[in-house]
Ligand binder design. Structure first.
Ligand code: GH3
Ligand code: MG
Ligand code: MG
Length: 336
């Protein structure tokens, strides 16, 4: 946005200089035009030096461009094709600005273009035809570009959301989870808060599909997603990272806190009320040590603990690094 705006002002200065080489029936405007060319050059270089500042680029530069052009039209003898250049700042406002900013830019454009035409050529029919044609065409172009940009923004937002989420459960998918996990680890490192990773895996889930059908299996997976949602604290990242495997990042929770979370999930009525009856699950828990853990390291640790829980007979949770401790059983509550 910043580069395009700088380019617009520099190109404006070059364009004014280039018109001096064209055949000119009236050279009385040369001094004024030189000054305006220098202003355009100065604005371009000023913006370049100021760096990409959003307010300057998105809120000031397009309207300033319109005002500069209206001044050019007021002093140019003859006006010639100068109004064509309004297209530049209007397109900038339409593409980068909000709808309200575009309306403001168009209002400044219409009023100052009319005033400039009246000053430059008060009785010139062609100038007024240029005014009407310019106002209609550039307003239409600005509105169309602005609407297309709004739609494009909405599509990009939707794509970003779907690329990070699992369609079956609405939880994050592996890709979205990786981003959230890294973010939470960084936050825990900054604040010194504990953080735990939990990996949950449904026990003998293949048998659910085999006995009750795939649709019933999907229903169970959705229920697990709901159970995780209802037991987590706001902000904890929840993901379905494999077929019947889920991961949760618990911010500000140590291994014991994570264990209590897993027990609540296993005991949730949602885990028992599905088409296949009470669902048993196994869990592996890994707690981040004082700033020393990477996402990969924690995933590996939680995965190892999960393997230990499975090997010990399923329906239980294991904590990485606590191999001597008896595994906590995870009891599904009988359906009401
Ligand atoms: P274990 O106790 O060792 O975890 O056994 P398991 O049967 O749960 O594990 P296994 O890895 O052998 O099988 C996982 C099954 O999950 C296989 C597959 O049919 C099922 N599955 C994976 N994705 C989906 C899905 O999206 N929907 C349904 N309904 N089933 C799925
Ligand atoms: Mg399983
Ligand atoms: Mg599995």
């Amino acid at each position: 946005m910043w580069r395009v705006t700088v380019a617009m002002y520099l190109a404006g200065a070059v364009t004014i200089a280039a018109t001096f080489a064209a055949p000119d029936p009236d050279t009385s405007d040369r001094t004024a035009m030189s000054v305006l060319g220098a202003v355009s050059l100065a604005l371009g270089l000023g913006l370049l030096a100021a760096g990409p500042r959003r307010v300057l680029v998105a809120k000031v530069a397009p309207i300033a461009g319109v005002l500069l052009l209206s001044t050019v039209i007021a002093v140019a003898r003859p006006i010639g094709a100068t109004p064509l250049f309004y297209l530049w700042p209007i397109l900038l406002a339409a593409y980068y600005g909000s709808s309200r900013y575009l309306v403001a830019t168009l209002a400044v454009f219409c009023t100052t273009f009319a005033a400039a035409s009246a000053i430059a050529a008060p009785s010139d029919d062609v100038a007024w035809l240029l005014f009407i044609g310019g106002v209609m065409s550039f307003t239409l172009a600005g509105v169309v570009v602005n609407r297309l940009k709004r739609r494009l923004d909405a599509v990009v937002d939707e794509l970003r959301r779907t690329a990070a989420s699992d369609p079956l459960t609405g939880l994050l998918n592996r890709r979205g989870f990786d981003v959230a996990f890294q973010r939470d680890l960084d936050r825990a490192r900054r604040t010194g808060a504990p953080l735990s990773l939990v990996i949950l895996d449904l026990d003998h889930f293949k048998a659910v599909n085999d006995r009750f059908g795939h649709a019933a299996g999907d229903d169970v997976l959705r229920r697990v997603g709901e159970a995780l949602r209802s037991e987590r604290r706001a902000g904890d990242a929840l993901a379905r990272i494999g077929g019947e495997e889920f991961a949760v990042v618990l911010y500000d929770a140590d291994a014991d806190g994570a264990l209590r979370f897993v027990e609540r999930v296993a005991g949730s009525p949602l885990m028992s009320g599905g088409p296949a009856g009470p669902m048993s699950l196994s869990a592996g828990i890994a707690a981040a040590e004082e700033g020393a853990d990477t996402p990969e390291g924690l995933m590996l640790a939680a995965d190892r603990a999960l393997y230990r829980a499975k090997a010990a007979g399923r329906g239980r949770a294991a904590v990485h690094g606590q191999d001597g401790r008896a595994l906590a059983p995870l009891a599904p509550r009988a359906a009401a």
